[in-house]
Design a protein around this ligand. Structure first.
Ligand SMILES: *[C@@H]1O[C@H](CO)[C@@H](O)[C@H](O)[C@H]1NC(C)=O
Ligand SMILES: *[C@@H]1O[C@H](CO)[C@@H](O)[C@H](O)[C@H]1NC(C)=O
Ligand SMILES: *[C@@H]1O[C@H](CO)[C@@H](O)[C@H](O)[C@H]1NC(C)=O
Ligand SMILES: *[C@@H]1O[C@H](CO)[C@@H](O)[C@H](O)[C@H]1NC(C)=O
Length: 478
């Protein structure tokens, strides 16, 4: 290879690296031209059989399923991007409601602004819009520079494409000396599914609220008297970048799952080593095919074992592709290692992580374990639910936003390999929840940026309630 060719290859590589951009940082995105809206359709069949039918047609046509609800109001939300072909007639003739979803036109040039007025939570401009991966990272670093006594940056590990997974430990020096000064751990995780932008924004809002002066409205700084917070705003950075540069509604990570694989990415929230299963079909589509033989007390588990041989191999093109094995996604392994490290020696008793909230969207639901099974209650269910009901009231106090509560399995559907089950059962965090933020399906994942702040404020209410509840269990009034 000639040296000239080598040199030009080198410059090409250099130009494609984010840190090669100097001065006022600018990023050029290949954004699609302005376009007509996409359409979100909600099908609300009467029973789970018709729900499964809609779902099965949607899967057969490789449609983008945004949400499935199996609780009191069963529904399937199906999104059609502007350029997509007509839906199958059988779906068009099934009654449904419509919303127009305007896909934001990504700015062709976006300056990395550093001046968000972060010294004030209420006056900062940061929470008025969604942010790129670079901006999220700049915000985290800016908070760390502004509050060196309270923020420690945490390097959780690298994503499949080599991006840094950034976390913050937010803490305040103890007021008291001695053993009672031992802080409890509270983990807040952003979305594993890339398109849930509001959840990333809310994680950042919460970090800001914890650091805001106590005299400011919505400050959560008082929680730091009892807790060390660990906030990981963007646990799927590759997917997140892809939602800005490729497909706004991308879901999985961006892992190459094998040589010659047709499709990219693993559903991180099915890749945890908690009742992990290799199949990728939606659970509603194989009711009769229940293969959960892991619970030794199921009297009929012997019968169910026989059906195992029927399992289809997982399809990497499925939305719900769980990987070839648990913890195959490096992001999932990194998060699990981080949780183990912060759980530390104190596990359960003193110190250690006592509360965990995973932020997601959409649907306005607060969910407790389990995800893998609907008919099995955790031994801590009563305490978990009591905290959850209070948290739902706290979440609606400000803007009247209602939150449904229940187990993840009841509210959505049975899903194995889930983060929440891992955090509760393996990491031993008693108060572990998934919080599905606004809305209930009008905008879905395309929630307008004007909602970032109110969602941040009401979610701060949820987190504060949980913080006070768990502290009170330990005899501490906050
Ligand atoms: C959705 O957009 C189309 C045009 O793109 C318009 O004709 C229709 O009225 C809109 N529907 C709603 C409910 O806004
Ligand atoms: C926010 O702006 C208002 C109006 O200018 C001002 O009164 C208030 O002090 C500001 N808050 C902070 C924390 O700077
Ligand atoms: C918080 O605000 C109060 C009242 O405005 C002020 O006196 C105090 O210095 C501020 N504290 C910090 C740490 O900025
Ligand atoms: C199974 O049943 C036995 C006896 O009732 C009980 O001790 C054990 O904890 C149960 N195991 C599980 C996983 O529930």
């Amino acid at each position: 290879m000639s040296s000239r060719l080598l040199r030009s290859l080198f410059y090409c590589a250099l130009l494609s690296l984010p840190w090669a951009v100097t001065g006022v940082e600018q990023h050029i995105f290949d954004a699609p031209p302005p376009q007509s809206p996409g359409i979100l359709r909600r099908f609300s069949p009467k029973n789970s059989k018709s729900l499964a039918e809609v779902l099965s047609i949607a899967q057969a046509h490789d449609l983008d399923i945004w949400q499935i609800g199996t609780d009191s109001t069963p529904h399937v939300d199906i999104y059609s991007p502007p350029s997509s072909t007509r839906l199958p007639d059988v779906l068009l003739s099934t009654p449904h409601s419509l919303s127009n979803i305007s896909v934001p036109t990504l700015r062709l040039q976006r300056e990395l602004k550093g001046d968000w007025g972060l010294e004030s939570l209420e006056n900062s401009t940061f929470h008025a819009e969604y942010h790129t991966h670079e901006e999220v990272s700049a915000f985290v670093h800016a908070l760390a520079r502004a509050h060196p006594d309270k923020v420690a940056l945490r390097h959780i590990g690298h994503s499949g494409e080599g991006r840094e997974m950034l976390g913050m430990k937010i803490s305040a020096p103890p007021k008291l000396e001695g053993p009672s000064a031992q802080k409890l751990g509270f983990v807040v995780l952003g979305p594993q599914h890339a398109r849930e932008w509001i959840a990333t924004s809310t994680a950042l809002y919460l970090a800001h609220a914890l650091l805001a002066n106590a005299s400011e409205p919505h400050s959560l700084s008082y929680l730091l008297e009892v807790y060390d917070f660990h906030i990981i705003p963007s646990p799927n950075p590759d997917g997140y970048v892809y939602t800005w540069e490729g497909d706004r509604f991308w879901y999985k990570n961006r892992q190459i799952v094998g040589p010659g694989a047709k499709c990219t990415g693993i559903d991180m929230n099915r890749n945890w080593g908690a009742h992990w299963k290799p199949h990728a079909k939606h659970p509603l589509l194989h009711f009769e095919d229940d293969d959960d033989v892991s619970s030794e007390n199921d009297t009929d588990s012997g019968l169910k074992k026989k059906k195992k041989s029927k399992k289809e191999p997982a399809d990497p093109c499925s939305h719900w592709y769980p990987g070839h094995r648990a913890f195959e996604a490096p992001e999932v392994t990194n998060l699990a290692n981080y949780l183990t490290a912060v759980q530390g020696v104190g596990k359960g008793a003193k110190g250690g992580v006592v509360a965990f909230v995973e932020l997601r969207s959409y649907g306005q639901m607060l969910a407790a374990p389990y995800s893998y099974k609907c008919d099995r209650l955790p031994k801590d269910a009563e305490d978990q639910r009591e905290a959850l009901h209070g948290a739902a009231r706290a979440g609606s106090a400000m803007y009247g936003t209602s939150f449904a509560t229940g187990s993840l399995c009841e509210l959505l559907y049975r899903a194995p390999g889930n983060l929440l089950d891992y955090v509760y059962s393996t990491a031993g965090v008693k108060y572990a929840y998934s919080a599905f933020l606004r809305d209930t399906g009008t905008y879905g994942f395309a929630l307008p940026p004007a909602w970032i702040r109110p969602v941040g404020e009401e979610t701060a209410g949820v987190v504060a309630y949980l913080g006070r509840f768990v502290a009170k269990q330990r005899g501490i009034e906050l």
